[in-house]
Design a protein around this ligand. Structure first.
Ligand SMILES: [Fe+2]
Ligand SMILES: [Fe+2]
Length: 137
């Protein structure tokens, strides 16, 4: 069973732009999953995957700059988590765009992409959010 990924208030990191990006990201993951579940044609799948990767890249760059500007001390570790995610996502992306994806791919994407983001926002992004809030003058 694929759950739907939705942004909730407790995920807020105290920055409107980032919150909006997180909301949109989760929405795009849902779109990708529904396109895959519906067995949509290759073009629709490829465009959902491509859109999501652009969106992810934009968000991660913005967030990394945000942490840099606020002098977040654990930024290197945080960036390494982002890089690990991108490596993983690239593998899915390759499989999805290379041809007929495996059946299990949908639940793998739900787990490694959808669930990863929920956990990452709630645990890791919240860490810099707390730091920024504590150091705000
Ligand atoms: Fe984030
Ligand atoms: Fe992050």
């Amino acid at each position: 069973m694929i759950s739907s990924f939705e942004w909730t208030k407790d995920m807020s990191v105290g920055d409107e732009t980032i919150d909006r990006q997180h909301q949109q990201l989760l929405k795009e993951i849902d779109i990708l999953l529904s396109v895959l579940i519906a067995g949509a044609d290759e073009t629709a799948i490829a465009s959902a995957v491509a859109f999501l990767s652009d969106y992810i890249a934009t968000h991660l760059a913005y967030e990394e700059e945000y942490m840099r500007q606020h002098g977040y001390p654990d930024i290197d570790f945080h960036i390494s988590l982002h890089r690990d995610f991108i490596d993983h996502y690239e593998l899915f992306k390759k499989e999805v765009t290379d041809g007929v994806p495996r059946k299990e791919l949908i639940s793998e994407i739900a787990q490694y992409v959808g669930a990863w983001w929920l956990k990452h926002i709630l645990i890791e992004d919240k860490k810099y959010a707390r730091y920024v809030a504590e150091h705000r003058k």
